[in-house]
Design a protein around this ligand. Structure first.
Ligand code: COA
Length: 253
């Protein structure tokens, strides 16, 4: 199995570590496929009761690899489908799945968070959804999931202002459940995961399914369909190409 996602088992808790540190754990198709495979494997493994996802290094996830935007703009959507599938791979997990955000979360590093059951963060984490600055719009049904989690006003500021939100504010706004000191984050989240793991597995799975059932399943899908229609015109648009080229060029200056 790929080194793009590391696995650590502590009793019934499996920690999956997004591990593409040289690109700040951004998702390209290979990384996204490795993550989806690791999730499915953990979900199928009877020794695993609860899953924790964190990032390697100082960034939780730098979002989609910007090369993905260029590929879609050039009509190569098939190539990048694994990246688009990441939130659905998280949402398909039947066991409780917790995020431990240990540093900045960018773009899909944020929009995938509502697909976790509970999100925890270190006090030095930050959250930014920079799509409009890239000439794009939000994705993964986050028009709906973020509005629901944060309330419309706060979701609108996050999406339209598109500047980083600090961890304290993210906790107050309900994007994350709790924050912990950076050096304690993983231990604390694993303790919570262990508590969850001590409940009967059948009840846990059913309680989780109830939380995600009915309207909660359909509404994000409707929002995602509307976002995809907008995004299909925005990928490869002059605004998008210019913004991505500016990001890629900034290192060379
Ligand atoms: N896609 C591709 N490469 C990425 C990336 C992404 N989403 N995020 C980071 N990288 C790369 C950088 O290009 C750089 O590569 P290089 O060393 O080959 O030049 C490397 O990762 C380190 O990034 P750097 O910006 O120097 O790290 P940092 O610690 O100063 O900042 C982030 C980290 C995550 C805050 C910053 O890289 C960032 O904002 N990235 C996201 C950019 C973006 O717009 N993503 C799209 C989301 S919608």
């Amino acid at each position: 199995m790929s080194e793009l996602v590391l696995r650590e088992d502590h009793g019934p808790v499996r920690t999956l570590v997004l591990h593409r540190p040289e690109k700040k754990n951004a998702f390209d198709p290979a990384h996204a496929s490795a993550f989806a495979a690791a999730l499915a494997e953990a979900d199928a493994d009877p020794t695993v009761r609860v899953i924790v996802v964190t990032g390697a290094g100082n960034v939780f996830c730098g979002g989609a690899d910007v090369s993905v935007f260029l590929a879609i703009g050039a009509g190569r959507m098939e190539e990048v489908l694994p990246v688009k599938g990441v939130p659905h791979a998280i949402g398909a997990v039947k066991k409780p799945i917790l995020a431990a955000v240990q540093g900045p979360a960018v773009g899909m590093g944020v929009t995938m968070l509502p697909y976790f059951d509970v999100v925890y963060a270190s006090t030095n984490a930050s959250f930014v959804v920079p799509f409009v600055r890239l000439g794009l719009v939000q994705e993964f049904g986050s028009s709906w999931t973020l509005s629901r989690a944060l309330g419309r006003q706060r979701a609108a500021e996050l999406l339209l202002r598109a500047t980083p939100l600090d961890a304290d504010t993210a906790e107050r706004w309900g994007l994350v459940a709790r924050t912990f000191a950076p050096e304690k984050l993983l231990d604390e989240v694993r303790t919570i995961a262990n508590d969850m793991a001590s409940a009967p597995a059948g009840a846990l799975a059913e309680a989780k399914a109830l939380l995600r059932s009915g309207e909660l399943e359909r509404a994000p899908a409707d929002a995602e369909a509307a976002e995809d229609a907008a995004l299909s015109k925005r990928y490869g648009s002059p605004e998008n190409v210019q913004a991505v080229q500016a990001f890629l060029a900034r290192r060379k200056r």
